[in-house]
Write a protein that binds this ligand. Sequence first.
Ligand code: S3P
Length: 172
Amino acid sequence: MSGGRIIYIIGFMGSGKSTMGRRLASLMGWQFLDLDDRIEEITGKTIARIFSEDGEEEFRKTESETLKSLATATNTIISTGGGTPCHSGNMDHMLETGITVYLKMTPGQLASRLVGSSGERPLLKNIPDEELLSFIGKKLSDREQWYSRAGIIVDGLNPDPGLLVSMIEAES
Ligand code: S3P
């Protein structure tokens, strides 16, 4: 594990990765980067448009290439997409090039956060509200095998940014 270079924030959609990434960056004086925003800048398309026009497989390819292109960044917090760790060897890559932080939440907590906003997210837009909880439960249990490899795992519901900074310093 390398210290002082990249901190990757991982976790399910709606777990607050970008919010926590920004808080950490401001507390630590590091740069903040959101992987989905970077993909949108590079491709000139929204994530929703990439999914609808090019398909998920193409999105995953671009996501992995974009992630790996950032490997030499220094003092940078990167918030990833919910599926990033689960494709293309990305979790191994993140474990090798930085510190990984998983914002862990239960399906119920995630469903209550995502219920109003699921239409904006390509993977959730066709899921009716009454099926959201069971969809999240299945997807999360599938993804847990990657998420749980993170170097640091914290409660995503009420994370304490100051405590997280201490945990990161202890890992470095
Ligand atoms: C995805 C999560 C999204 C985005 C894309 C796919 C996923 O990011 O990368 O829609 O597979 O969980 P957020 O976790 O930031 O919503």
